[in-house]
Design a binder for this molecule. Structure first.
Ligand code: COA
Length: 166
């Protein structure tokens, strides 16, 4: 039993991130990544509509950071960061955060969404593929430790029309 065992209770909400969440977000980031973002990086995105947290009361269980960049009428969403507290994983929160971020990016006008994922990151690659992302190319030595990345892409028009939002 962990403190997160009842994580799927109805009282977990996904909402816009606020400045007051950032220290908790940073703690999860440091527990999840070998090259974690600094606090200042999260500060830059705090007003983005697709910077979301999964919260149970005052407790932050996970987050997603994404934004939308103009691209000559074919705006591009970018999932920059996604993480769930290690003890809260496997309960659907990562999927819920990702789907809500895709909805936010759709509303913000994105036509496609891209992301980078470590070649060895099976859980994340499975999640992205199950939502409809497809690998577009592999970038050798993308990460600081020399690991390759897959660039994955999702067409939001297809995603919305195929009802893949559940
Ligand atoms: C990737 C991550 C966010 C998934 O969060 P989660 O809350 O555990 O994910 P969910 O419970 O919503 O699972 C969604 C899907 O992810 C995939 N998945 C999750 N854990 C998995 C595992 N251990 N092995 C393989 N696939 C897995 C499955 O496709 C799963 O769907 P299913 O339950 O229908 O099989 C989480 O593992 C994490 O925080 N990892 C560390 C940070 C990270 O790597 N972020 C991604 C950076 S690109």
């Amino acid at each position: 039993m962990t403190e997160f065992d009842d994580v799927l209770d109805d009282d977990v909400i996904v909402r816009r991130a606020e400045r007051a969440d950032l220290l908790d977000v940073l703690r999860i980031e440091r527990a999840c990544f070998s090259e974690p973002w600094p606090y200042s990086a999260f500060e830059l995105f705090v007003d983005e509509p697709a910077f979301l947290v999964a919260a149970r009361g005052n407790e932050i269980l996970g987050y997603v950071v994404a934004d939308v960049m103009p691209n000559h009428g074919n705006d591009i969403g970018h999932v920059k960061d996604l993480a769930v507290h290690p003890e809260a994983r496997g309960n659907g929160l990562g999927r819920r955060l990702l789907l809500d971020a895709l909805t936010s990016m759709t509303i913000a006008g994105a036509a496609v969404v891209k992301l980078e994922v470590r070649a060895s990151n099976e859980p994340a690659r499975h999640l992205y593929q199950s939502v409809g992302f497809r690998p577009a190319r592999r970038v050798p030595r993308y990460y600081g430790d020399g690991e390759d990345a897959f660039i994955m892409v999702l067409d939001l028009g297809d995603w919305n029309s195929q009802g893949l939002t559940d």
